[in-house]
Design a protein around this ligand. Structure first.
Ligand SMILES: C[S@@+](CC[C@H](N)C(=O)[O-])C[C@H]1O[C@@H](n2cnc3c(N)ncnc32)[C@H](O)[C@@H]1O
Length: 421
């Protein structure tokens, strides 16, 4: 059972009955055909949950409960919201990224929709230009002329309710017709992207944009139809996007906290979504404010991490003599400690936290064990840790981490930590 973990001295000492190796894909394969089934993956989102894990936790811990609530404070693309509606569970979700709201609204859309309803006007007589100093760095003037019309149409004509469905294909077109490398989640003007734009400029790019829009809108319609065909239940759903989860109070009791927090050396999400946020109408000031709150690059909270392992590994990270890494390490755990301290009393039954034991310069930090110890200090009991091999979870492709400038080492297994009251 512990074959792959041999290098990890810490885990080897742990009792096997509480640490179980599983494949969530196999375990939930009878319910979930693929990671992008139904409305999952409507728009790219780095380090998404695989829906199998979410459905597993919902079925195992909430099945048969009356009006259960699940809570995901780092909800990203809203994987938990989609699975909750399908499993008949009420959901409360938070995320710093304002795009979460749009993604959740689009991916839990429950009315019939046709391609006609998603039509947009690329000749619209209006102009919308994002309030972005770097706009000309990201789009050549030829594309901007057309994008500004279709986005004016979006902002001025499209009714608010249906906006999320149109935003998905429109954002895809906008990202493709830009100097950003759409194959990388991070906003990055690569050599490939410059070449792509140069080639596109030689073509009938206006027609190209319309064709791409239609194709992507068609994909949205298909995915929404598939979602409706799976008969999502009438559940309550609350979304707070653009919020700092470590400072929020839980507004109600929830049965299960189910989340996948940012990585220890996560890519900056707000920065990655800049282009999208600007076209959706966010200002430079708002985007800057949100960037500053991101875990683990924010100001370090004062909350103590109540875990010996935290201190043990802190010494090892400290010995690397790299102040930025130590700062990230502290910020990461203190932010999560602060968050847990704030909300844990309103979580009535369980927490299920999905993390990877990432490596920091060769040191594999057992994040789940540190969080486990902190929660034990708050009175929680360790019930189980499921260990899954990651197969196709979408990870960032960049070789160096933009925040630290260091090579990124990705996690070979991921752990679902289960704590109970
Ligand atoms: C690993 S991702 C979660 C992905 C999600 N499970 C999904 O399936 O799409 C971590 C999320 O944490 C969010 N985040 C980072 N700092 C945050 C903060 N201070 N408050 C709230 N969310 C934050 C990021 O925006 C990102 O969406």
């Amino acid at each position: 059972m512990w074959g792959m973990e041999k290098t990890l001295d810490h885990y080897i000492k742990l009792p096997e009955n509480r640490y179980e190796r599983v494949s969530f894909r196999k375990l939930m394969g009878h319910v979930i055909p693929s990671t992008t089934y139904t409305t999952h993956g409507l728009y790219m989102y780095p380090a998404k949950f695989i829906p199998h894990v979410v459905r597993f936790a919902l079925e195992k811990y909430l099945r048969g409960k009356r009006e259960p609530w699940v809570f995901d404070p780092f909800a990203g693309s809203g994987t938990v919201a989609i699975e909750a509606t399908l499993a008949g569970v009420n959901y409360l979700i938070w995320d710093l990224n304002p795009i979460t709201e749009l993604l959740v609204r689009a991916s839990t859309w429950r009315d019939e929709v046709s391609l006609r309803e998603l039509e947009v006007d690329f000749d619209y007589q209006g102009e919308f230009l994002p309030k972005w100093r770097n706009l000309n760095y990201w789009h050549p003037p030829e594309f901007l002329e057309i994008l500004s019309r279709v986005w004016a149409y979006y902002h001025e004509v499209v009714p608010d309710e249906i906006k999320p469905l149109l935003a998905i294909p429109l954002l895809k077109v906008t990202r493709y017709f830009s100097y950003s490398d759409e194959k990388i989640a991070k906003l990055y003007k690569s050599k490939y992207a410059r070449k792509k734009v140069a080639e596109l400029l030689k073509t009938d790019y206006r027609k190209g944009m319309e064709e791409m829009y239609l194709k992507e809108a068609g994909r949205v319609v298909e995915k929404v139809r598939d979602y409706i065909s799976r008969k999502p239940k009438e559940v309550k759903g609350i979304v707070h996007a653009g919020v700092d989860s470590i400072e929020m109070e839980l507004e109600r009791d929830v049965n299960l906290l189910l989340t996948s927090p940012p990585y220890l050396q996560a890519q900056e999400y707000i920065r990655s979504f800049k282009l999208e946020l600007f076209w959706l109408g966010y200002t430079e000031e708002e985007i800057r404010r949100l960037s500053k709150l991101e875990i683990p690059y924010r100001k370090i909270p004062e909350d103590e991490v109540l875990s010996e392992l935290y201190w043990e590994y802190r010494e090892r990270v400290k010995a690397l003599n790299h102040s930025k890494l130590l700062q990230i390490y502290d910020c990461y755990f203190r932010s999560l400690a602060r968050f847990l301290n704030n909300v844990h009393e309103n979580v009535t039954e369980r927490m299920a936290i999905f993390v990877g034991p990432v490596k920091v310069r060769g040191i594999r930090v057992p994040i789940d064990e540190i969080l486990k110890e902190h929660l034990e200090s708050l009175g929680w009991v360790h019930e189980k840790t499921y260990i899954d091999e990651i197969v196709a979870r979408r990870l960032f492709r960049s070789k160096t981490n933009p925040a630290t400038g260091l090579p990124d080492e990705r996690t070979p297994t991921e752990h679902l930590l289960i704590m109970r009251r």
